[in-house]
Design a protein around this ligand. Structure first.
Ligand code: FAD
Length: 478
């Protein structure tokens, strides 16, 4: 008796409901991974995500082998491959954990129907979320559009949330010919730009668990105060691990609960609230599947964006050459490590969409390709929130001032100095706005504006006024 467990973005053995359900039935397990990027179009994994995926799949295969099974790896059309695998292995059922982005949801629905019609038992499970997107509904039965209301609904339910399932000690595996290796999938870049990623990360379930434990032991207490500081290692850096399902939110919640004083209501802790934002992002993507391409606030369809044909501005932003130090530091951190601090993501996105008035979709695409944690739900929410056109958006007139943000959250300039070493010798007072420094100060620090560091790409005050004027034009559209 054989059951196929189809791994997707749940690349772990711990707290994996699909695997657990298959094992519970006493069957032998055929673990499968199918690489089918076309089926995720137009949001097939970007370059940084593919790098991560390569290493995560290798880690999963090793963990399976250590327990008596091995990952069957293939590429092509998922439905056809699953059908063939079921035939050759004689499997009677297929289990998987659900995905929530529009393309894979549609695909999975079709696969379920077709395989069931062919007599196979198909079951999907929740391995990715604390709350299914359809479980939370407003008083009138609709989806939430405001985070605080969403979290007021969810947070009290955390107390009775079921705990995680332990990883199985042994997995009685089925081995089948015809599978390939992770390397066959060609996920690694041909030009090896990935050294910075390799230095920064350990993809895989073990890396995820170690990262979580280190964060909870060392940084959970100060998290609420320090999480906005890009100059401190104060956040968990769990986002790529969560995206690829190397650790599940139930396990993370249980570990967090154990690390916190019992008296504190779990949902009120700043870290658990952030996990709540992730849940909210999935809630929104599920109920508003058009939002990766279209603003939730339809008025923004008429916003006077700058012509995107002006590629020089976009390129300077992408390359961290805007002349605005905090933004450049963030964009370079992103390029080098595949990750950017949340505060800086907001500031960089605000500069692109408000000061440069370039469509938020261009920024979202760049993040998609360069982030190791690129996630359709969270990326869409983050970009629309910052651009002011999404759910729970900050009031449009609140345009981030990157200089003030730098002075507040990188007060000693450690972050900017790390990623923009050409500015390192500038005094703190002008570090976040080198264009205000005197020529003597610049010369003494070895900074030549327009020579070894760019002059600012826009006038921040003037461009802020233009962005607000654009908003005035659309705000009364109903
Ligand atoms: P922590 O502060 O340790 O938070 C713990 C976890 O909570 C994170 O790992 C993440 O899963 C979740 N989380 C925290 N903040 C948010 C948030 N604002 N929205 C949704 N989930 C959150 N996050 C992604 O995972 N993928 C993306 O593609 C992504 N794109 C973003 C784009 C923009 C423009 C912005 C402003 C934010 C984006 N975020 C995205 C959200 C956030 O920046 C990252 O989740 C966070 O920086 C990850 O670092 P961490 O794991 O150390 O976070």
């Amino acid at each position: 008796d054989t059951i196929i467990v189809w791994f997707r973005r749940d690349l772990r053995l711990d707290d994996n409901p699909a695997l657990e359900a298959a094992l519970r039935s006493g069957a032998r397990i055929l673990p499968v991974y199918i690489h089918a990027p076309d089926e995720e179009a137009p949001w097939a994994p970007g370059a940084a995500s593919r790098w991560w995926l390569h290493h995560s799949l290798e880690a999963l295969d090793a963990a399976l082998r250590a327990r008596g099974a091995r990952l069957w790896i293939g590429q092509g059309e998922s439905l056809a491959l699953l059908r063939r695998l079921a035939e050759t292995s004689g499997a009677r059922a297929i289990h998987w954990n659900r995905l929530y982005d529009p393309a894979t949801r549609a695909r999975d629905t079709e696969i379920k129907q077709r395989l069931r019609a062919a007599g196979l038992d198909c079951a999907s499970h929740n391995g990715a979320l604390l709350f299914e997107p359809w479980e939370a509904a407003t008083g009138s039965g609709g989806p939430y559009r405001v985070f605080s209301a969403f979290w007021r609904h969810c947070a009290p339910r955390l107390a009775e949330h079921p705990g995680p399932i332990a990883a199985p000690a042994r997995i009685p595996g089925v081995e089948l010919d015809g599978g390939g290796t992770v390397a066959d999938l060609g996920l690694l870049p041909r030009i090896r730009w990935d050294q910075g990623l390799a230095e920064a990360w350990t993809p895989g379930e073990h890396g995820a668990r170690t990262t979580a434990e280190r964060f909870l032991a060392g940084h959970l207490v100060g998290y609420g105060e320090l999480r906005d500081h890009p100059d401190r290692p104060a956040t968990s850096c769990l986002s790529p691990h969560l995206h690829f399902g190397e650790i599940g939110p139930r396990r993370l919640l249980a570990l967090t609960r154990a690390a916190l004083p019992a008296a504190l209501p779990l949902g009120e802790h700043a870290f658990v609230r952030e996990l709540g934002w992730r849940e909210f992002a999935y809630h929104l993507l599920y109920h508003f599947p058009q939002t990766p391409e279209h603003p939730l606030d339809a008025r923004f369809a008429d916003y006077p964006w700058r012509e995107p044909s002006d590629t020089e501005l976009l390129e300077r932003w992408q390359q961290g050459r805007t002349g605005i130090p905090l933004v450049d530091a963030g964009m370079r951190e992103l390029w080098h490590t595949g990750w950017m601090h949340n505060r800086v993501r907001m500031v960089a996105a605000s500069l692109l969409t408000k000061n440069l008035r370039l469509p938020w979709q261009l920024g979202a695409r760049w993040f998609w390709d360069t982030l190791v944690d690129a996630d359709l739900a969270s990326n869409t929410l983050g970009w629309q929130w910052t651009a002011g056109c999404g759910a729970d958006a900050a009031p449009y007139f609140r345009v981030f001032n990157p200089v003030r943000q730098g002075e507040r959250f990188d007060p000693n300039g450690d972050y900017v100095r790390r990623w923009c070493p050409e500015l390192a010798r500038l005094p703190d007072k002008v570090l976040q706005q080198p264009w205000t420094a005197t020529s003597t100060t610049l010369a003494r620090a070895g900074v030549g504006l327009g020579v070894n560091y760019p002059a600012p790409i826009v006038d921040l005050a003037q461009s802020r006024r233009e962005a607000l004027a654009g908003w005035e034009r659309i705000k009364s559209i109903s």
